[in-house]
Ligand binder design. Structure first.
Ligand SMILES: Cc1cc2nc3c(=O)[nH]c(=O)nc-3n(C[C@H](O)[C@H](O)[C@H](O)COP(=O)(O)O)c2cc1C
Length: 229
């Protein structure tokens, strides 16, 4: 049963490239596929298909076709996400083919990655592969495009979170290039604002205390305790 808060799931998900030699329960695979099916898509077009691959020979051939990422074949299940370009083009022409089909698959993939994680499974989004070889191995027709392989299994590693750029780097306010200078204030994370002020030796608590939400006051109390009176 899925039992994780969404944001906790987003924060703690990692790409897993080492798997235990144990199978994945079929009902868990079903739940992951269901999460993909429920993803948003342009005009609800749902222009994708998911191929579940368990066969060992096929998994090995696909790993070989994925720039020899042999770690992949340790995962007992792959889900290969294919865009149905006939559908994408019929409804949305060039934009459907070049943009929506990719975004629709990506939304489904992310839903599946998060669901795998919430089910205590490890997964990895693999995009580096020879599309022609993968299409041949899986009988994928010309009008469909394999966009990603999701490897799934029980994790045999606990990788550290790779660094992400801070929000202030990736977010602009109102116009491109306009960086937000005080992100904690924008995010209503008063604890960070005050932690900074306290570090700078200002008596920020006295000045801003009355503006704080209940959550903010609680955090402020904790910070006060941490840094002393
Ligand atoms: C479009 C795309 C393609 C990727 N292709 C590969 C791949 O071929 N092999 C691989 O090991 N990881 C691949 N990844 C996983 C990324 O390396 C990984 O998401 C990134 O390093 C951040 O790590 P995290 O997922 O643990 O947060 C891919 C991810 C995306 C979104």
């Amino acid at each position: 049963m899925v039992n994780m808060e969404v944001f906790e799931c987003i924060i703690t998900r990692r790409s897993i490239r080492n798997y235990l030699d144990i199978p994945v329960e079929w009902d868990k695979v079903g739940t992951i596929l269901e999460a993909g099916r429920l993803a948003p898509s342009s005009g609800n077009i749902q222009d994708y298909n998911f191929i579940v691959v368990q066969d060992e020979e096929k998994r090995k051939a696909i790993a070989e076709a994925s720039l020899r990422q042999h770690w992949m074949s340790k995962a007992p299940v792959y889900i290969v996400v294919c865009a149905d370009l006939k559908k994408s083009e019929r409804l949305y022409g060039v934009r459907g083919n070049r943009l929506y089909s990719i975004q629709n698959c990506a939304a489904a993939i992310e839903n599946m990655l998060l669901t795998a994680h919430s089910l205590d499974l490890g997964a990895c989004w693999v995009g580096a592969f020879d599309e022609n070889v993968v299409s041949r191995v899986l009988n994928i027709p010309d009008y469909a495009r394999p966009q990603a392989i999701i490897t799934i299994g029980y994790s045999d590693e606990n990788p550290k979170a790779p660094q992400r750029f801070p929000l202030t780097t990736v977010t602009f306010l109102e116009k491109y290039g306009n960086r937000i200078k005080d992100m904690p204030a924008v995010m209503h994370d008063y604890s960070l604002v005050m932690e900074r002020n306290l570090k700078q030796g200002k008596s920020a608590l006295g000045k801003t205390g009355s503006l704080l939400t209940e959550k903010g006051k609680e955090l402020a109390k904790k910070i006060k305790e941490k840094f002393g009176k």
